[in-house]
Design a protein. Sequence first.
Length: 222
Amino acid sequence: MANRHPEPDSPELRARWGQFAWTQGNATLAQDIIARYPAGRQRSAVMPLLDLAQRQVGAEENTQGWLPLPVIEFVAKELAMPVMRVLEVATFYTMYNIAPIGRFHVQVCGTTPCMLRGSDDIMAACKARGMSKGHTTPDGLFSLTEVECMGNCASAPMVQINDDNYEDLTPDRLDFVLNELAAGRQPKTGTQDPARHTVEPVGAPTNLAAMVTENHDYRGEW
């Protein structure tokens, strides 16, 4: 996985984000989120509020969004929490971006099932387009991160791009997805295998019926 370091505090960072406040719509949403938790437990809202703040920053920058230190301080103030406690959450969970990010955050799963099914080729395809782990392309479009398992082992290899998963990838299929995103279009999410609808077996559905009369070996169908 790429190293994660918060964007250093600076006068420029303060000038840009020091007056951060919720938009009118997000202010209402933030209060609704906090109200989900019982009295005295409002700090439990720290994760959804960080996500909301990240999305607001992303909307302002036309990126996937990230959490500048003044924004983290704002969330801490909203919940009457020490800033360090909120920073601990933001730096622990990789769903939060703690440094500037591109418009599309390409997160490539490199865990064993994806690796066995070609994640190295997917990473190579990303690098062939000028991406490198932990960095954003010069045009500001793509940021690349290698991540641990995201739970799509049955349709590996896969990447998550912003909020969407793209599965059953090959380098060509990934190139198509990235080209569509770069052109401002939304490619089909989920499996990219035309023989699949979701993650059902490729071909006819299988079950144990074939085992009734013989010891059927399914390994060749995996």
